[in-house]
Design a protein around this ligand. Sequence first.
Ligand code: 0L1
Length: 261
Amino acid sequence: MTRTVDLSELARRLDAARRERREVPPLTNELPELPLSDAYAIQEEGLRLRQADGERVVGLKMGLTSEAKRRQMNLDSPVYGVLTDRMRVAAGGVIALGKSIHPKIEPEIAFRTTRELRGKVTRDEVLDACASVFVAMEILDSRYRDFKYFSLPDVVADNSSSSLFVLGEVEHPPRAMDLTKLEMKMSVNGAVAQSARSDAISGDPVVSVIQLCELLAQRGQVLPAGSIVLAGAATVAHMLQPGDRVRLDVEGLGSVEVSAA
Ligand code: 0L1
């Protein structure tokens, strides 16, 4: 007998875990064959629940874009998630760790689009559609009990582990520099914790946007004008501790800071 999977129930389960800050077992413990397409459907249903609660979509994030990160998580392909207005932390702001489960922070580069991007796009089309590029950090907070043992569908269903994000205040024209050669240093309490060159992000952060458009097209979706796009982490993540002051410096793009309490 074929078992019917209630995707809405799975979305409600993950949404409750997020709101109540509690860990749940990976969905694939009970559904080992959960297809990636169903996982994105769960992600979309989770977003509808957040929108019903008044959250507004402001952009998208790419995840698992660096080789270092894919190796750390033992997962093999890029994924996306959605960013809402309530996930944004002001530059220089404070992350209340009590409102998270097991938050980690990652160094990123972000874009802001001014034109819709649809389907298979070229590097030039992405650059033409992006008004600006800037420094950013993402705070991940997987709702699953064990960071190590979940699979790609688990991550996708859980909005690709996204929790919060912080953006640098200075935006730069994307053609003003070679976006593949920027040195990135993430420091915690004054000491460099992670560093990489920007080509650690998909070989080129612009490629992340190209891949995002392709992934969206597979679900009949587009990247809307006015979106913030987090291009993905350049390094593995740093597990946040109370009192951490985290600063990201990206050559040519400036810096952004956030603290954890
Ligand atoms: O942004 C990402 O790289 C998604 C990673 C998912 C795994 C994790 O929670 O670290």
